[in-house]
Design a protein around this ligand. Structure first.
Ligand SMILES: [Zn+2]
Length: 230
């Protein structure tokens, strides 16, 4: 069996439930490549790196694995010492603290992106990595608004205030996937965006959200931020 044969049959459980940290699963494909042994399991609880969000970390039957996504869209788990055949029943587990941290940062990134766009800013990129989370916007037309450190800090404070207001209102975070596999993430009262990442299930699960700094660097307005899972 080739990867493209099993791609559609892998159930991406992490799309439905951010808080599924451990699950039994079945090996639907297994093989060896230059990096060693790999398996694909279903249901799959591992988020592979992508969309600015880092990979989950975790284990299959206690063996540490690194998830990645193939060109065909299959999530495969690579690990030294994996020796599993197709059809094997396994237990998968992910690092709960890391998953929740990634989900908090990612969800906060959606909200901050919306707040920037509400000011008329054009999104130009994002990273949701812990310790270096930031959104990029096009700086065109913002020269006077952001000319000095004082002005940039005033805008930062406005973004923080707007973010705090969103959190005070609260809102559910839900995801739907259509028949062709396109996933849309909706934050109640904020926006709906196509996204393949993991998110908190309600804005009340975010805490310590801080807009840290605005900087214009290498042709982009970079807005750094921080967020924790409650
Ligand atoms: Zn997302």
């Amino acid at each position: 069996m080739t990867i493209s044969d099993v791609g559609p049959s892998q159930d991406q459980a992490y799309y439905r439930d951010t808080y599924l940290f451990e699950s039994p699963a079945q090996v639907v494909a297994a093989g060896q490549d230059d990096d060693g042994a790999w398996v694909a399991v279903s249901p799959n609880i591992f988020h592979p790196k992508g969309g600015g969000q880092p990979s989950d970390e975790g284990t299959v039957n206690g063996v540490p694995v690194v998830p990645s996504r193939t060109e065909e869209g299959l999530v495969v788990l690579s690990g030294d010492g994996l020796a599993l055949d197709e059809g094997a029943e396994v237990v998968c587990a992910i690092d709960e603290t890391l998953r929740k941290r990634h989900a908090a940062l990612h969800t906060a990134g959606h909200v901050l992106g919306h707040l920037g766009e509400a000011r008329g800013w054009q999104s130009a990129g994002h990273s949701h990595y812990p310790g270096q989370a930031r959104l990029d916007f096009s700086p065109e037309g913002l020269e006077s608004e952001l000319a000095t450190p004082e002005l940039r800090d005033a805008v930062r404070a406005e973004l923080q205030e707007a973010f705090d207001a969103v959190l005070a209102r609260g809102g559910a975070v839900t995801a739907t996937t259509d028949d062709s596999g396109h996933r849309t993430v909706t934050i109640e009262g904020v926006n709906a965006e196509p996204c393949g990442g993991t998110h908190v299930s309600d804005l009340s699960q975010l805490k310590d959200v801080r807009v840290l700094e605005l900087k214009v660097k290498r042709g982009a307005l970079k807005v750094r931020y921080e967020a924790e899972h409650a």
